[in-house]
Design a protein around this ligand. Structure first.
Ligand code: UD1
Ligand code: MG
Length: 467
């Protein structure tokens, strides 16, 4: 049996992400443009990570620091390396800027494009598998397109064997009719790739160093170049302009909506006007009204109602929750059987425990609202903890900021905060205490105590009512 030398080689990934993306007509580097609410480069990184490579090298240049940050959102510093391409002289030059890191590595190198975001890890795994199995020096991922305009064409010889890749701008009329395109995704024998890169010239229509010249050079020096033809073109589509980005977003949306309708058991009253991110999860029998946006890693439980005009991002909503019209909920947690809105704003680290209610024009930030507690009208709760069965009256404000620092408010169980109370933090309101309307509380309030006025005066101890 033939020994498979590639088999034992470790896998490294190289992502090309240094270009500006002139065709986007934007000041923002192309790979930082968003798809499904995340930069393009994030999609590619996440997919690469699933293959468990030894290292992920991302070639950066345009807005390199920002691209680096976006990559490090997905992968740790130890797994990542960032070769810098000083001038964007083409994809061949981009790979060449990783020379010092990789040229002596005895590894398999998977080259990905930062602007091909929909590629699936299963497809990449198959590409790598074929590359190893066929003992190739280079394997190119290709696909047939009805309209191949803009892509490099994969030219085969009369025996259907790979002969070269030709870029759109360099292609003859006959070559332009070829419908098999280069996805910009390849597997290489790392050492051989860098050997051949030194021979690539920029003598072409764009005056660029093309990575796409390497396979032909490998072939000419007697190496094996293999093609892996994939069937699903949607995975391979690249983003070069805003029209392609908008189309990809639309297609992704449609797929997510279809999947939600068929698999989650949720009702979308008007599927065309609802936005649901690919990573969101929605429970059975939840009803979503028109013009709702569910973004990021949001999870919504079963039996909820989400009314129009609401945006929920990266939040967890329990079971049987009602979210009325026009709420904004980000990085928050809402427990089972809660009521939210209309017009409520739950900011990061707002937590509503089971059965809690937050109503009209109430804002919560870094606050826990305890079980069955209510803040129904015109209230700001920031850096606060509210116990169980407490009622926060209309117009209450936790005055958490003294101009320099944020301070905490701690409200106990069964507390009644009267309308228009100002709680000047840091402050503690004991269990079963009450504040009168218009109170400005500057000092801690003892349990079972009624306070009123500005600054609050202690009036009496509240007698416990027998239940
Ligand atoms: C490239 C391929 C083409 C293929 C297509 C698939 C070449 C010469 N052409 O064309 O055959 O069909 O992808 O999508 O490779 N980049 C750098 N530095 C540079 C230039 C580009 O890092 O100097 C990065 C870009 O940021 C991008 C990727 O490489 O992420 C591809 O570059 P792009 O200019 O989009 O190449 P295409 O014209 O799409
Ligand atoms: Mg491209």
């Amino acid at each position: 049996m033939e020994t498979n030398i590639n088999e034992r080689k470790p896998l490294d990934v190289l992502i090309l992400a240094a270009g500006l993306g002139t065709r986007m007509r934007s000041n923002l580097a192309k790979v930082l443009h968003q798809l499904d609410g995340r930069p393009l480069i994030n999609h590619v990184c996440l997919t690469a990570k699933l293959l468990k490579p030894r290292k992920i090298y991302t070639v950066i240049g345009h807005q390199g620091e920002d691209v680096k940050e976006a990559v490090l959102d997905q992968i740790s510093g130890e797994e990542a390396e960032f070769p810098w391409q000083k001038e964007q002289l083409g994809t061949g030059d981009a790979v060449n800027s990783a020379r010092e890191f990789l040229e002596n590595e005895n590894s398999t190198l998977l080259v990905l494009s930062g602007d091909v975001p929909m590629i699936r890890s299963e497809t990449l795994a198959k590409l790598v598998e074929q590359h190893i199995y066929q003992n190739a020096s280079c394997t190119i991922l290709t696909v047939e397109l009805d309209d191949p305009t803009g892509y490099g064409r994969v030219v085969r010889d009369s025996s259907d064997i790979f002969s070269r890749i030709v870029e759109q701008k360099d292609a003859s009329d006959e070559e332009l009719r070829v419908s098999e395109i280069n996805s910009g995704i390849y597997c290489f024998d790392t050492k051989k790739l860098f050997e051949m890169l030194s021979r690539v010239s920029n003598d072409n229509a764009q005056g660029e160093y093309y990575l796409t010249d390497v396979p032909k050079l490998l072939l000419e020096s007697g190496d094996r170049v293999s093609l892996y033809k994939h069937h699903d073109r949607t995975e391979i589509e690249g983003i070069n302009n805003r029209k392609q980005l908008a189309e990809m977003e639309k297609n992704l949306r449609e797929r997510v909506i279809e999947r939600t309708l068929l698999e989650s058991g949720a009702t979308l009253v008007d599927p065309a006007s609802v936005y649901i991110s690919a990573s969101a999860k929605i429970g059975r029998d939840t009803v979503i009204y028109p013009n709702v946006s569910i973004e990021g890693e949001t999870e919504i439980g079963a039996g909820c109602t989400i009314r129009s005009g609401t945006r929920i991002a990266d939040s967890k909503i329990g079971k049987n929750v009602s979210v009325l019209d026009s709420c904004l909920i980000t990085e928050a947690k809402v427990g089972d059987n809660c009521n939210v809105g209309p017009f409520a704003h739950l900011r990061p680290n707002a937590v509503m425990k089971e059965g809690a209610k937050v109503g009209n024009f109430v804002e919560m930030k870094k606050t826990i609202l305890g079980k069955n507690s209510k803040a129904n009208h015109l209230t700001y709760l920031g850096d606060a903890t509210v116990g169980e069965n407490s009622n926060i009256g209309a117009g209450t404000i936790t005055c958490n900021y003294d101009g320099k620092n944020k301070h905490e408010t701690n409200i106990g169980n069964r507390v009644k905060i009267g309308s228009d109370t100002m709680l000047v933090a840091p402050i503690k309101i004991g269990d079963d205490a009450t504040t009168g309307a218009g109170t400005v509380a500057t000092k801690d309030v003892l349990p079972n105590t009624l306070v009123v006025g500005s600054p609050a005066r202690e009036i009496k101890t509240i007698e416990k009512k027998e239940k």
